[in-house]
Write a protein that binds this ligand. Structure first.
Ligand code: NAP
Length: 338
């Protein structure tokens, strides 16, 4: 792109009002904003892929959280992969690809220190938002550091057909788990869990009480619960723990819209089984990234790890992609291609 054709405006999704319950299109708008020229140390980026993630729902509210809320009337942000158009920073050149956090827009100006160069020849660019990005790392860290997964463990994963869940089941298996059970919200997803993602048993949590379906899947109980969902799933898993089991709370997507918050009523079973329940945040565990790249990158290169993406096209469809992901219309990572 020549100097003359460099963009002077960007289009960015803004939060217009904080959603009550499930977000709707009326809470957001796509607006044109001026694009300043990049200062020293900055990059001008043309985004090519955007990530939409469940945690963004939390940022639309102003409840106390582990991350700042989005400001009302301001552009939203999130993970993205883009191409450098202009570099005023050492170590970056036009044509380089970077992962950064100014998503939800087509063009971005950012400090180079907040961007990470990625190699499109090593993996498809979308992989850096999914299997080799935060979701893959989350699955790896949760199992390795917090579940302390062991050979022969019976592992239950909720939200199993999503970006984190499809990786968690496979990583558990690759780490020697004996029986891996997954739950997801459609019969199509359940079929894929078994056929593509190495789950031994899977069930549709919408087809009956989770506790009953889990008891059928793991009559002897579970050693590890990797929970993406919370609520009824968490209570069911607590009720199914073996001795010295580990529950890893990845997050509680079922409660993001505050629809019907169900808390576990059986915490006493943690004492009965002397089990641990731990929560973690991927951003605090980045020291495991080199191990993740080595192990997961290796499995990918050897064709031992599969992943899938659900891709929506066009910046104007970013909000729809986010809302669809929250309704469960994705398999694997939900991505927007610009
Ligand atoms: P995802 O699973 O790809 O997408 C979200 C999924 O949530 C949907 O596909 C849907 O699948 C499920 N869902 C929505 N409402 C639900 C409900 N009421 N009950 C049960 N399932 C529901 O998202 P992801 O990026 O992989 O994230 C998965 C979880 O990991 C989220 O809770 C996220 O916040 C968390 N996470 C945590 C960290 C961390 O550092 N701790 C980092 C990244 C992600 P169904 O069709 O199966 O309902």
């Amino acid at each position: 792109m020549s100097e003359q054709t460099l963009p002077t405006t960007a289009r960015a999704w803004h939060l217009d009002s904080r959603p009550e319950g499930r977000p709707t299109a009326s809470n957001f708008s796509l607006r044109e904003v001026a694009l300043p020229t990049p200062d020293a140390g900055q990059l001008l980026i043309a985004n090519e892929y955007l990530s939409v993630d469940p945690y963004m729902r939390g940022r639309m509210s102003d409840k106390k959280s582990y991350i700042e809320p989005y400001d009302v009337d301001a552009p939203m942000d999130g993970p993205a992969v883009g191409r450098v158009l202009v570099s005023n920073a050492q170590g970056f050149a036009p044509g380089d690809y970077v992962v950064h956090v100014l998503g939800w827009r087509d063009y971005a100006i950012l400090d180079a220190a907040t961007a990470q160069k990625v190699d499109p020849n090593l993996a498809p660019l979308t992989a850096y938002l999914g299997v080799l990005g935060v979701p893959g790392l989350t699955a790896y860290i949760g199992l390795e550091r917090f579940a302390k997964i062991k050979e022969g463990d019976t592992v239950f994963v909720s939200g199993a057909a999503g970006a984190v869940g499809t990786q968690a089941g496979q990583i558990a298996k690759l780490k020697g788990a004996g029986l891996v059970i997954g739950s997801a919200g459609s019969d199509e997803k359940v079929k894929l869990l078994i056929e593509e993602y190495d789950y031994d048993v899977a069930f549709n949590y919408k087809n009956g009480p989770v506790a009953e379906q889990l008891a059928m899947a793991a009559p002897e109980g579970i050693d590890v619960f990797f929970d993406n969902v919370g609520g009824e799933h968490l209570e069911a898993a607590i009720g199914a723990l073996k001795l010295h089991a580990r529950i890893v709370v990845c997050e509680v997507v079922s409660q993001y819209n505050d629809e019907k918050v169900v808390g576990p009523r059986n915490l006493w079973n943690l004492s009965v089984t002397r089990s641990d329940i731990l929560a973690f945040m991927v951003s605090e565990e980045l020291d495991l990234q080199p191990d993740f790249v080595r192990e997961v990158g290796g499995w990918l290169a050897e064709g031992r790890l599969r992943y899938r993406e659900t891709v929506r096209e066009g910046l104007e469809n970013t909000l729809d992609a986010f809302l669809a992901m929250m309704r469960g219309e994705n398999i694997g990572k939900m991505i927007v291609k610009l």
